[in-house]
Structure formats: C-alpha cells, structure tokens
Design a protein around this ligand. Structure first.
Ligand code: CIR
Length: 253
C-alpha cells in the first residue's frame, strides 16, 4: 500500500532534455496537461501527492524516480548517471529529509538511476545500464542486504532503464517485454507478456487498487485486466518523447 507520492512539475526547459527517441520535440503545454492528469490519477489511487515546483536548471527533473530509491524504513539518494541530471539528487535530498530520518547515499564513482531499480516484495533488482554502473549497483546491493532485503544485479542488453521493460503488479505478476520475457532472473514470476509493438506499456505502475498504464496499448491493457487489475489509462505522448514512462514521474512510498 502506498500512502505518499512525490512528483515534480516539468519546467519549460523540459523540451530540451535528454532523449534517444526520434518522436520529435515535446509540446510543453501538452506535457503540463498530461502531468496534471498523472497527479489526478494518483489522487484517485488514494495517495497524498507532494508536488514539487519546477526547476528550469534541470530539464529532466520531472523524472523524479531517478533521484532515489525509497523503502518503508530508509531512503537511498542516488547519484544519477547523466551529467546534466546529477544535481537533481541534491535537491531531492532536501525533500526526502521531510519524510525520512534514515537516508543513505550512492557515492561516486558509483552512479545509479532509480529507473534501474525494481522492487518485487522484499527483493530488489538493480539494472546495470548506460546510467547505472557496476559500482553504483554494488553499493545499493550492499545497502539493501544490510537491511535484510534481497538484491540481484541485472546487466541490461537493450533497454534504457531496467523498468523501461519490466514492472511488478503484485500477486507474483510481472509485466515483461523484450529481454525480460525469458530472463532467468525473472523466471519465478507469472508474466504478462508485452508484444514488441506495445513495448512502451511495459512501464506501468500499480498504485493501491489500480494499475496506471499508458493510453493506446489495447492488447496489454486487456491482459492486465484479465489478470484481475483495474486500469487507469493516461496519455503519455509528451513524456515518451523524452524516454520517460509512468514510473519515472514519481517516487512512491
Ligand atoms: C533521461 O534521459 O534521463 C530522461 N530524458 C528520461 C528519464 C526516464 N526515467 C526513468 O525511466 N526512470
């Protein structure tokens, strides 16, 4: 059960943020509208939403997930792997202090993006990607294991972040795309398989009684509904253009 969520308004500099997609430049007004709908959807899920004001200095800072990893008892402030995003973690540290007394840190030369961390019950999976290096993943693994969590490091082959291709819904169900469909680390879970043409839908978030999914992925939506979950669909077009998905836009705890 999540009680609290942190989000951050996109700044107008958002349209100049990092991306590998070829979907075109985001429309800022549309991004603001989609972000507002995201906040409304979270509120419908019964969480309290803390909305941080925008920071023009950090174009990608609306993707707050990358700045931390939150557990019920302690927080880990990450050390984001992209130079232009690294300072976002410092800002988030000040916010997290309002909620947590116990805060740990990923330290250089370790880098880690929260988008590379997937929690499945008491087991954390940590992706090694262009943003999260081995040193960062090892640091997080040690922090988690010292608090009796399990942790597995998963080197990524193609996905941008670990959670770009896999989500956990609860009840042993994962939503998996691409390299995660047959991945040995995830074979013990019951899979909702995402077809290649719907890959963007592999990043979805279970928030209490709902699974929030991106709009327009009918096959995956049906599979998630058939597995017994209520879905809320959101148009994510302006975030997809900057390589962002539903999980990236919030820290949930
Ligand atoms: C970036 O390249 O860092 C942003 N444009 C997208 C970050 C997406 N975050 C996430 O998947 N957790």
């Amino acid at each position: 059960m999540f009680k609290q969520v942190i989000v951050k308004k996109p700044a107008s500099s958002y349209v100049n943020g990092l991306t590998t997609s070829e979907l075109g430049k985001p429309d800022y007004e549309k991004a603001l509208e989609q972000h507002e709908n995201y906040i409304q959807a979270l509120a419908k899920c019964g969480v309290e939403v803390k909305i941080l004001s925008k920071s023009e200095d950090f174009p990608d800072s609306t993707f707050v997930e990358d700045t931390g990893v939150l557990t019920p008892t302690f927080a880990v402030i990450s050390n984001p792997g992209a130079d232009s995003r690294n300072g976002e973690a410092k800002d988030m540290n000040n916010v997290i202090k309002e909620f947590y007394d116990d805060i740990r840190y990923i330290k250089a030369p370790g880098t880690l993006d929260g988008g590379d961390v997937l929690q499945i019950e008491d087991h954390f999976y940590i992706g090694i990607s262009d943003r999260t290096n081995e040193e960062g993943a090892d640091q997080l693994k040690k922090i988690l294991e010292s608090s009796d969590y399990k942790a597995t490091i998963v080197p990524l082959k193609k996905f941008f972040h670990l959670k770009t291709g896999i989500s956990y819904l609860g009840n042993n169900h994962i939503v998996a795309a691409g390299e995660f469909i047959d991945h040995p680390d995830f074979e013990q879970y019951e899979k909702i398989i995402v077809s290649p043409d719907e890959e963007y839908c592999a990043n979805c978030i279970r928030v209490n009684d709902y699974v929030i999914i991106p709009k327009g992925f009918e096959k995956t939506k049906k599979k998630i509904n058939d597995a017994g979950y209520h879905t809320i669909e959101l148009n994510m077009s302006e975030f997809q253009k900057q390589d962002g998905g539903l999980s990236c836009l919030s820290l949930r705890f």
